[in-house]
Design a binder for this molecule. Structure first.
Ligand code: AMP
Ligand code: MG
Length: 404
């Protein structure tokens, strides 16, 4: 049995960023940049007005009220026109370029129109309501760095930088094979001792949520030859994930079936709960992650190991896990030598402190409690008994590893 840390290091160390592909802005959300994006324009392209009003020379309105003659009319997208002379103003609108000579904007609310021009009622300082050229960014500036996952804000920034095509890492293709004579697809005829397969669906959804492309290989029976031949359909995928059949029972066929295909095992067991049996290895060039069959084990292991593997393939790198903490809402007994991940709900006490309360029953078949949980409480190997109010490490789902 190896530790969670070592398993994680071995898994992430076995992957590399996938090659880049070019996508349009409309396809870019959530993708990870494969190269820096530099601005192709300067924004704003010239000194422009931030308000509707009048472009003036600040020194002309040092004493108010004062009436200036209106020498120009500059809408957004219009030309700045002639240089502004002393005693002159130009009607101007938000986003329009300032005429040469002007150095401030008087907002229209602080003016009155007169036959002879515009009466300015308030003074302004130099630069007031002027957006200087390049205020946002300049041509050549790196606006978004390689390795960044694109948000809607980034998509907008790339558009503003006049970059309509972006080079992003290809999405990892993750083949998913459920196993078990007892599991059937939802909607299929179901025998009295059969159960509906949840793992294929939760894992596929998880892969999608992480930015990958799931490939459903279906359900393999607990039969060495049949399982092995279904696993062959994973050829060309970036990773084959299996669920179930990876423990020590004589009906657990994954290792034997893949062994027939030349499986090279990296490791097979991790000192953690849920999820002791977890296989990592390769068949030829295809990496294999054999997840345990219990629905909670399978998803928790996906969160802890599949997601980081995908992060490397996506070009996100090996971000160190963020350590978050909460106070225990209930006492916990001492832990044995396996690292424990307990499903828990998050709440706040009257001082606004975060409280994590574990579910009383932690059986790894109980998917409903995983669906309702807000986080996992991490109990290191050999942790001492803990009391309500003690600080514990948590892995939050919201905004974290099992958000979706
Ligand atoms: P196994 O590791 O194959 O012994 O499976 C452990 C437990 O997980 C058994 O109770 C299985 O019925 C259950 N299980 C295996 N595969 C799935 C699946 N795809 N969906 C839901 N439960 C499963
Ligand atoms: Mg099984």
């Amino acid at each position: 049995m190896i530790s969670v840390e070592e398993a994680l290091a071995r898994i992430t160390g076995a992957f590399a960023p996938l090659p880049g592909e070019t996508v349009s802005l409309n396809e870019a959300l959530g993708r990870v940049l494969a190269e820096d994006v530099a601005a192709r324009v300067t924004q704003p392209p010239a000194d422009v007005s931030a308000m509707d009003g009048y472009a003036v020379r600040a020194q002309d309105v040092a004493q108010v009220p004062v009436t200036l003659s209106v020498a120009g009319y500059i809408p957004a997208g219009g030309s700045a026109g002639d240089m502004l002379g002393p005693g002159e103003a130009a009607r101007i609108f938000t986003g329009a370029p300032l005429p040469a000579g002007a150095d401030a904007i008087v907002i229209q609310e602080n003016t009155e129109t007169e036959d002879s021009g515009v009466k300015v009622l308030e003074t302004v300082t130099q630069g007031r309501y002027v957006r200087p050229a390049g205020l946002d960014f300049r041509a050549g500036d790196i606006g978004i760095a390689a390795g960044h996952r694109l948000s809607s804000r980034d998509v907008g920034l790339a558009a503003a930088m006049n970059v309509p095509w972006l080079k992003v890492h290809r999405r990892p293709r993750i083949a998913i094979l459920a196993t078990g004579d007892e599991v059937v697809l939802p909607g299929e005829p179901i025998g009295p001792s059969q159960i509906v397969s949840s793992n294929g669906f939760s894992l596929a959804a998880f892969v999608t949520a992480c930015g990958g492309i799931p490939i459903h290989l279906g359900i393999a029976p607990d039969d060495r030859a049949a399982l092995g031949s279904l696993a062959e359909d994973a050829k060309g995928a970036d990773l084959l994930v299996t669920s179930g059949g990876v423990s020590v029972g004589e009906r657990d066929m994954v290792r034997a079936a893949l062994g027939d295909k030349g499986l090279a095992v990296d490791f097979w067991k991790i000192a953690m709960r849920p999820g002791k049996p977890l296989l990592f290895g390769h068949v030829g060039a295809t990496p294999i992650l054999g997840l345990p069959g219990n629905p909670v084990s399978s998803l928790v292991c996906a969160a802890l190991f599949l997601r980081p593997a995908m992060a490397v393939m996506l070009g996100l790198g090996q971000a160190p896990a963020e350590i978050e903490t909460a106070l225990l809402g209930a006492g916990l007994p001492a832990n044995d030598k396996r690292q424990d991940y307990l499903r828990a709900r998050l709440g706040k006490d009257s001082d606004g402190r975060r409280i994590a309360t574990p579910f009383e029953r932690q059986d790894s078949s109980m998917l409903a409690t995983l669906a309702r949980a807000d986080c996992l409480i991490v109990r290191p190997p050999l942790a001492q008994a803990a009391r309500a109010g003690d600080k514990v490490t948590i892995v939050p789902f919201q905004g974290g590893i099992l958000t979706i």
